[in-house]
Design a protein around this ligand. Structure first.
Ligand code: GLC
Length: 709
C-alpha cells in the first residue's frame, strides 16, 4: 500500500479500531478453551475483541499463525492483518550461543549470520517481528540478563547490536526469510541498581549518554523497525512514561521513526512504581510519551478511547501511533501477503537444518573463551572422568531458547563421545562428590568438571547477590582436586562468575557460556585440539561479587591504587579484601598458540579534525599452531573538561595466523572517535594528549601517544 492509502485507511477507522491496533496480548488469549474465563476475563475482553487487536506476542508455528491471521482479518472491520511478534533472541528452533557469548566472539559478521539464520526459521514459522537484539550494556553480573547482553563495552555492544539488526532485517524486512527487529530495552536496563532485575537505574546524564545509549543508537542507525521500553526508571521516571527519553532522545535526537512498544505490562507497572495514579493516568502518560503499543496491560484498552473523547488526549497522538503500526505492517508486506513467509514445508526444511546446526557449532567455536591452560589442553588423557550434573543436561542452550528444539540439543556427553573417540570417558552426571565420583577421578588421567549455571539459573529475574559457584560445586571441585590435580573446568552460564578457586588450582578453564544447540560439539572440538579457542571476554570476570559493577573502562580517581600520588596521603582507592582489577579482564582469552606484538607505530603523532592517523602493529604467531587473535585498539584521553576513562575500546580485528606468520594490523584514528560529552554536555573532542594501546586484551601495554590539535 502507498502512504496515501495508509492515510485513507487510518481516516476510515473508528477510534475503537485505532486503539485496538495499539494493544498486544500474548498467545494465552488465543488458545480457545477457557478464553473468556481465563486471562481474557482479566482484560474484560468480549469473545472476539481479542481478534481485533493489532498484534500478539509469543505464538509461533506456520499452521497456527496462518489460522490466527485468518481470524484476525475476518474480525477486524477493515481486515487489517495482525503482527506476530516473539522473542527470537539467540535462535528460533536452532539455538545459537547466547548474546554474551556472541559478544565474546568479537565477530559482528558471525552475529549477523546467526541472526539471519534465526530469521529464516522464525519467518517460516509465521513470525514477523523479533524482540531482539537486547542492546543493554551490562557491567554487573549479579543481573541475570547479562546473558542477553553483548557485555560491558559500549563499542563492542554497538557493533554486535547493529550486525544483529542487519541479520534479522537484511536490506528489507519484507523479503523472504527476514523479520523486523525490535531492539530493547530503552533505556539502560542493564544499569539496574545492585544488579537486581527491574530495579531503578541511577546514572549520571554523561554516563547514560556516553556508555549506555550508543548501542541503541546503533540499532536505530542499522534501521531497526521497532524499539521496546525498559522496565526500570531513569531519573526516577519509569521509562514507559519518560517523555524526554522517548520523544526527545529516541525520536528527535536519534531519529527513530519506528514503532515503540512497552515491555510486558510496563505501562501498567508505572502505577506500581508509584508514578501513575491509575490505569487511566498510566495510559495518558504513556501515549503522551510516545509509546505506540501497550504490551500486556489493559491501560490503553480500557482508557485511550475515553481519554480522546474527553479531549484530554488529542486523537492526533493516537493517529501518529496507529500510523506507525500500519506502516510497519506495510513494510512487512502484510497487506498484500498477510501470512508473509509462513510455510509448514519451509519450517520443516529450515528448522535445525544441517546448515544451521553447523552454524550453531561454528558460532560456539568462536565464542568459547579459554581462561586458563597449564598445558593440559588439548586433551591427551586416555582416561577421563566427566563429572557434574551439567555434563548430560539439555538445559545448556540458553535462557531464551523457548522455541528451541531440545531434542536436537547436543549434550556435553554426546559431544565428547562423538568427537573424542580415543578417550575412555566415565560420565558421572552429579555434583555430589561421593565415593563413586572420587573413585572415577582417582583412576583417571584427567577430570573434566561441568560447572556453572544452566539456562534456568540465569536470565530474566535471575539476579543473585553472590556470583560465586554454588557451594556444592565448590565442594565438588575441592574434593576432586584433592584426589586428582588434573582438573579441567568447563563453565556453563550466562554471566561472569567469581571463580578464584578454579583460577588458582584448576589445570584449565573453558568458559562455554550457554553455547546453543550444537555448542557442546564446539567444546569437544576445542578440548580435542581440533579447534584452537579464540573467544575473548565480553565482560570482566571479577574476583568476587563485591567488586561489582566492574569494567575495564574505569576512571583514575584522585587516589589511584597503583601509583601513590602524594607520600603524605596514605589512603588510596582500594579494597582491603580484594584487588581493584578483575580476575580476568575484558577482551582476555587464551589460544593454543601465542602471539607477539611489535611496538605501536603511528604515521603521525598529530591529529586534526580533518586528518587521520594510522596506528599499526605487527602481530606474529609465535606458537606451533594456527590460531585466531582479536587485536584490540584502546584509546585514553589523558585530560578532559570532565574525567575520562583510563581506556576505551575503539576498534578490534579478529585475525587468523598460521605458525610463524606475521601480519600488520592497522587502525585509522579520526577525531570523531575521540568525541565525548564535555562539561556542558556538548558531544565533542577536546584538543590535548591521547594514548593509544593495541594488544590482545584490555590490559594491553604496547602504546603510543598523539595529540589532537
Ligand atoms: C519480557 C522481557 C522482554 C521480552 C518481553 C516479551 O518481560 O523483558 O525482553 O521481549 O517480556 O516476552
Amino acid at each position: 500500500m502507498t502512504e496515501k492509502q495508509l492515510s485513507e485507511l487510518l481516516q476510515d477507522m473508528t477510534l475503537t479500531e485505532k486503539v485496538e491496533q495499539l494493544v498486544q496480548l500474548n498467545g494465552d488469549f488465543y488458545g480457545g478453551g477457557d478464553f473468556l474465563t481465563g486471562p481474557a476475563a482479566a482484560f474484560h475482553l468480549t469473545d472476539n475483541k481479542a481478534y481485533r487487536l493489532g498484534s500478539i506476542l509469543g505464538s509461533d508455528g506456520a499452521a497456527r499463525l496462518t489460522k490466527l491471521q485468518d481470524k484476525f482479518m475476518k474480525e477486524q472491520p477493515h481486515h487489517i492483518p495482525a503482527l506476530f511478534m516473539a522473542d527470537v533472541i539467540h535462535g528460533y528452533k536452532t539455538a545459537f550461543p547466547v548474546p554474551i557469548a556472541m559478544g565474546a566472539g568479537f565477530d559482528p559478521e558471525l552475529a549477523r549470520e546467526t541472526a539471519e539464520a534465526a530469521a529464516k526459521e522464525a519467518s517460516a514459522a509465521g513470525i514477523h517481528v523479533t524482540f531482539s537484539p537486547m542492546a543493554d550494556l551490562a557491567r554487573d553480573s549479579r543481573w541475570g540478563r547479562c546473558m542477553e547482553s553483548f557485555g560491558e563495552d559500549s563499542f563492542l555492544n554497538s557493533c554486535m547490536t547493529a550486525a544483529t539488526v542487519k541479520g534479522f532485517q537484511g536490506e528489507n524486512c519484507k523479503d523472504k526469510g527476514r523479520v523486523a527487529s525490535c531492539f530493547k530495552h530503552f533505556a539502560a536496563y542493564g544499569a539496574v541498581q545492585s544488579g537486581r532485575d527491574y530495579n531503578v537505574a541511577e546514572l549520571s546524564e554523561k554516563t547514560l549518554f556516553e556508555d549506555y545509549l550508543p548501542s541503541y543508537e546503533a540499532a536505530v542507525d542499522a534501521g531497526a523497525e521497532m524499539a521496546m521500553t525498559a522496565f526500570n526508571t531513569l531519573d526516577r521516571i519509569p521509562c514507559s512514561m519518560h517523555k524526554k527519553l522517548l520523544r526527545n532522545v529516541l525520536r528527535d535526537k536519534m531519529g527513530f521513526e519506528g514503532v515503540l512498544i512497552s515491555d510486558y505490562n510496563a505501562i501498567g507497572e508505572t502505577i506500581i512504581h508509584g508514578a501513575a495514579e491509575d490505569s487511566r493516568d498510566a495510559a495518558e502518560k504513556a501515549i503522551n510519551s510516545g509509546v505506540d503499543i501497550d504490551m500486556m496491560s489493559d491501560c490503553y484498552l480500557d482508557n485511550l478511547e475515553e481519554l480522546v473523547t474527553s479531549g484530554e488526549v488529542p486523537e492526533s497522538l493516537i493517529d501518529e501511533a496507529v500510523m506507525r503500526v500500519l506502516r510497519l505492517k506495510n513494510k512487512l508486506g502484510l497487506f498484500e501477503a498477510p501470512y508473509k513467509d509462513a510455510s509448514e514445508e519451509d519450517e520443516k526444511r529450515l528448522c535445525c537444518c544441517r546448515e544451521h546446526m553447523e552454524l550453531s557449532r561454528r558460532a560456539a567455536e568462536e565464542c568459547i573463551v579459554m581462561l586458563k591452560n597449564n598445558g593440559i589442553l588439548p586433551l591427551r588423557a586416555k582416561k577421563a572422568a566427566v563429572i557434574g550434573s551439567l555434563c548430560e543436561s539439555r538445559d545448556i542452550v540458553g535462557s531464551w531458547a523457548i522455541f528451541a528444539d531440545s531434542s536436537k540439543t547436543v549434550t556435553l556427553r554426546a559431544a565428547l563421545e562423538e568427537l573424542c573417540p580415543d578417550v575412555e570417558f566415565e560420565f558421572i552426571p552429579q555434583d555430589n562428590p561421593d565415593e563413586k565420583a572420587l573413585a572415577a577421578a582417582k583412576k583417571s588421567d584427567a577430570v573434566i568438571l561441568a560447572l556453572g549455571e544452566d539456562q534456568l539459573g540465569t536470565g530474566e529475574s535471575r539476579s543473585c547477590t553472590d556470583i560465586s559457584l554454588p557451594e556444592e560445586q565448590k565442594r565438588l571441585f575441592e574434593k576432586i582436586y584433592g584426589v586428582n590435580k588434573n582438573v579441567i573446568a568447563l563453565l556453563f552460564g550466562g554471566r561472569p562468575l567469581a571463580i578464584p578457586e578454579l583460577a588458582e588450582k584448576a589445570a584449565a578453564i573453558l568458559e562455554l557460556w550457554l553455547p546453543g544447540t550444537a555448542g557442546c560439539l564446539a567444546a569437544a572440538d576445542i578440548l580435542s585440539g581440533k579447534v584452537s579457542p579464540s573467544g575473548r571476554l565480553s565482560m570482566s570476570f571479577p574476583y568476587c561479587s563485591g567488586q561489582l559493577p566492574i569494567s575495564y573502562s574505569a576512571f583514575n580517581t584522585g587516589r589511584p591504587k597503583d601509583n601513590r600520588v602524594k607520600e603524605f596521603i596514605p589512603f588510596l582507592s582500594n579494597y582491603m579484601d580484594a584487588p581493584n582489577i578483575p580476575l580476568y579482564p575484558f577482551g582476555y582469552g587464551l589460544s593454543y598458540t601465542s602471539f607477539e606484538y611489535s611496538p605501536v607505530a603511528l604515521d603521525s603523532d598529530t591529529l586534526t579534525s580533518d586528518s587521520r592517523i594510522t596506528a599499526s602493529v605487527r602481530v606474529k604467531n609465535t606458537g606451533d599452531r594456527t590460531g585466531k587473535e582479536v587485536v584490540q585498539l584502546y584509546i585514553r584521553d589523558v585530560k578532559g573538561s570532565v574525567v575520562r576513562p583510563l581506556r576505551e575500546l575503539k576498534g578490534f580485528k579478529k585475525i587468523t595466523l598460521s605458525p610463524g606468520e606475521e601480519q600488520t594490523v592497522s587502525f585509522e584514528i579520526t577525531e570523531d572517535m575521540l568525541r565525548f560529552y564535555d562539561i556542558n554536555m556538548n558531544f565533542t573532542a577536546e584538543k590535548g594528549s591521547f594514548i593509544l594501546y593495541i594488544g590482545g586484551d584490555s590490559t594491553a601495554e604496547s602504546s603510543a601517544e598523539f595529540r589532537l590539535v
